[in-house]
Design a protein around this ligand. Structure first.
Ligand SMILES: C[S@@+](CC[C@H](N)C(=O)[O-])C[C@H]1O[C@@H](n2cnc3c(N)ncnc32)[C@H](O)[C@@H]1O
Length: 297
């Protein structure tokens, strides 16, 4: 308990961490690598977990990546430490990074999926339905296609399928119809108004689901997660501990199945944990988090 408190203090004191890291104490307790080991943070974000891990494991070396070059720059400036290599990259490219930087296999790894509060709260990034801004949603604004352009090129059926599959939203057809009617959908406000016209009544859940679905498509989140999982046995050492924070059932199911089905991993006991009531009270954005844990055979 004392360790958990002090780890929380460290992560709170990191000036870049406007993102409140979730289940920090539980993650530190679980990962606990051998001294000199390599620890990977596959989603550096605001640097909160990374700062806590670096404070808790002074003998370890660290590789941190994030798809968002702005996040990497901020964290790199704040956590300037010779034990840390931080690189703008997708986590599905970690095997190549380990090889090109002469780093061996990892003894511990963390993947905190989705987006950070820093990204969500910045209207210019286009992630939030409650803030008006350009409908972009790319984690890396230097590559790929913004959400507005993606929607321009999709048929009504493709939009409906996307909202249904990635957003798990039942009113996908009427939402897709309104989106097509509203094109060009250039801002988050344009998209939010189209969704509200389609669902009437209580739009918050459908809005969140549509925005989540589009973000997943823009950043190829399911594809990158699948590639990360299939490569994981290749770059983790026997006994390595791997933790995922998931925030919706699609990604949680993929990680759960991986730890059960892949012969190179065994689910931890317990296989998952949720944030405490106290944490959810302190940080309501943690409420949908699940910490999934597995161990490399
Ligand atoms: C929830 S935040 C991580 C927060 C971080 N753990 C902290 O304590 O501040 C998720 C981060 O993952 C990044 N991300 C999303 N998909 C990624 C991927 N495929 N590869 C690497 N980073 C990714 C996002 O850019 C975002 O910064």
């Amino acid at each position: 308990m004392a360790l958990q408190e002090s780890v929380r203090e460290v992560s709170r004191s990191v000036p870049v961490a406007r993102h409140e890291p979730v289940m920090v104490g539980e993650i530190v307790d679980f990962l606990r690598p051998a001294a000199q080991a390599l620890v990977v943070d596959g989603t550096a974000g605001g640097g909160g977990h990374l700062a806590a891990l670096m404070a808790a494991f002074p003998g370890a070396r660290f590789l941190a990546v994030d798809l968002d070059p702005e996040a990497v720059r901020r964290v790199g400036e704040t956590l300037d430490d010779e034990r840390l290599e931080i690189i703008a990259s997708g986590f599905d490219c970690i095997p190549e990074l380990l090889a090109s930087h002469g780093l061996g296999g990892a003894a511990a790894a963390l993947f905190d999926l989705g987006l950070s509060s820093i990204q969500l709260d910045d209207a210019e990034r286009g992630f939030a339905h409650s803030l008006d801004g350009p409908l972009d949603m790319r984690f890396d604004r230097g590559t790929g296609v913004p959400a507005s352009e993606l929607l321009e090129g999709m048929s009504e059926t493709e939009i409906a399928d996307l909202v249904y599959t990635f957003g798990q939203e039942g009113r996908s057809r009427s939402i897709a119809r309104e989106i097509v009617r509203a094109r060009p959908v250039e801002t988050t406000g344009d998209l939010a108004r189209a969704v509200c016209r389609a669902v009437r009544g209580r739009p918050v859940k459908p809005l969140s689901r549509v925005f989540q679905a589009l973000r997943m498509a823009v950043n190829d989140e399911p594809g990158r997660l699948a590639r990360l999982l299939s490569g994981l046995p290749g770059w983790t050492l026997p006994g390595a501990r791997v933790a995922f924070l998931t925030f919706h059932s699609l990604e949680d199911r993929a990680v759960k199945r991986f730890f059960i089905d892949d012969p190179a991993f065994t689910p931890w006991d317990p296989p998952w944990m949720a944030p405490s009531r106290e944490e959810i009270r302190r940080n309501p954005r943690s409420r949908s988090a699940k910490l999934r844990m597995g161990v490399r055979s």
